[in-house]
Design a protein around this ligand. Structure first.
Ligand SMILES: Cc1ncc(COP(=O)(O)O)c(C=O)c1O
Length: 454
């Protein structure tokens, strides 16, 4: 028997980060893939291709699961932040904020997006290993919290802020915890560009204590991304709580601990990440145990996931264009996007699944490689995908493309960035317009002497 495409069965209490497709995914009576009550093929007809399709219900669910699990498993105060680097745009930030989340930003652009999405500055945390003076000034003016990553952050903020309203800072350090993920997305090991070295903390706390313009409100560490193990996060709690205790010994009065993000998601059936609930319960239990050990009252506990909040909520639709058959070697199916809308395969060798959205029960008879349209041999979205027979014009859907896809998108080869639609109950709203040729040329200028004379 030849098998057909599966969208996976709804898996009881499993959280969205453990599933391939958004929660609302189904195959309708026309044998088409539906997300949020909208047919993927019809969305492409209406809004064009490629298209990011974001399922509101899935995003709301992940936000709610994190928020409620922290309330349930932690006896102290808690606050979940959305790491907006995963996908910074007004609609995603607004949904996260409506669900009670704060926002972690890493640039003036992400800060502006969070502000315009209506996020309260008390719930905005400004990260980054090389914030400019203008960005730090912006953080002071907005009144958000700055995560001090290095001496330059501290020294600049100490000069910019006023004693009457000291700048609120969290101190980020590298906890020295290794986790099994891609080298580029590990951040917690000692050899990392992010955060203070743990050996510097005595000096850091002494410095802050001497500044009337700085107020140390907490300690931060983040160990990496797309992590499937719970132990590193358990171990992290003790290391952070120790640093927190050290700050109090220097006469500072921190009240918050931020354990970062990092929970992985399912990109293919081979991925089996823990649930949001299991991650939250591990983190909360570990922090409470570490506080007990160090005889500290429970601080406010923050975390800042990105990928596991928004990753599974989005599917990218592409249209099949050309095909190249190399007998006995490989068949390439080329689509109208690629590394410019999803740079993860070429950057991290990330693996994805693909579905033929318009013929969901057609038999899976082909093994093909889905190539992008860019002038790089490495611009391959999926190697050796199993699909039904596809023709030019067929619509393919790549799941789990909500995190670090749009936010890392580029205009390589002067390809305009796709549109994004938010779907819910059969309604689709544009949340990001498709770029036009004019958008691509908006910043080009041609000096007079280069203009051709007729
Ligand atoms: C400081 C910090 N916080 C949070 C995150 C979000 O991580 P993830 O998307 O894996 O949850 C990142 C991403 O690497 C990060 O660098």
């Amino acid at each position: 028997m030849v098998s057909t495409q599966s969208i996976g069965t709804p898996m009881g209490n499993r959280s969205p980060n453990q599933q391939l497709l958004p929660l609302t995914a189904k195959i309708n009576s026309r044998d088409r893939l539906e997300i949020g009550g909208c047919e993927v093929t019809a969305l492409v007809e209406q809004f064009g291709s490629p298209l990011y399709i974001l399922d509101e219900e899935t995003l709301q669910t992940t936000c709610g699961q994190y928020r409620d699990a922290f309330k349930r498993y932690y006896a102290g105060e808690s606050q979940v932040l959305y790491a907006s680097k995963a996908w910074s745009c007004l609609a995603v930030c607004a949904i996260a904020a409506q669900e009670g989340l704060g926002i972690d930003v890493v640039s003036a652009g992400e800060l502006l997006t969070a502000q315009l999405a209506g996020v309260n500055p008390d719930k905005i945390y400004f990260h980054g290993n090389n914030k400019s003076c203008e960005e730090l000034q912006g953080a002071v003016e907005v009144g958000c919290i700055t995560v001090a990553d290095n001496w330059r952050d501290l020294e600049t903020l100490a000069k910019l802020a006023a004693s009457e309203t000291p700048a609120r800072v969290m101190v980020r350090f590298t906890p020295g915890i290794e986790c099994h993920t891609h080298d580029y997305i590990k951040t917690g090991q000692l050899d990392s560009k992010f955060g203070f070295d743990p050996n510097e903390l005595d000096e850091v706390f002494t410095f802050i204590r001497q500044q009337t313009t700085l107020s140390c409100i907490g300690i931060h560490a983040h160990i990496g991304s797309q992590i499937f193990e719970l132990q590193p996060h358990y171990d992290l709690a003790d290391v952070i709580v120790k640093a927190f205790a050290k700050a109090t010994h220097y006469g500072l009065a921190p009240t918050e601990i931020n354990i970062g993000g990092g929970l992985g998601i399912r990109y293919t059936e081979a991925d089996d990440p823990p649930s949001i609930e299991a991650w939250a319960s591990t983190a909360c239990t570990a922090v409470a145990a570490a506080c007990k050990k160090h005889k500290l009252p429970l601080p406010k506990l923050l975390c800042e996931p990105g990928r596991s909040l928004v990753g599974t909520a989005c599917v990218t639709a592409y249209t099949v264009g050309s095909q190249k058959v190399i007998p006995g070697v490989r068949t390439y199916l080329a689509v109208d996007g690629g590394m410019s809308d999803n740079p993860r395969p070429i950057t991290y060798q990330s693996v994805y699944r693909v579905l033929a959205a318009g013929k969901m029960s057609a038999p899976l008879t082909e093994t093909v490689t889905i190539a992008g349209k860019h002038c790089e041999s490495g611009d391959v979205l999926i190697k050796d995908a199993t699909l039904p027979k596809c023709e030019t014009g067929d619509i393919l859907a790549v799941p789990a493309t909500g995190a670090y896809n749009y936010s890392m998108a580029s205009n390589y080869n002067r390809v305009p960035k796709p549109a994004a639609v938010l779907v819910r109950n059969g309604e689709a709203n544009i949340i990001i317009q498709r770029e036009t040729d004019q958008d691509l040329l908006r910043h080009d200028r041609l000096p007079e002497r280069l203009r051709t004379q007729e």
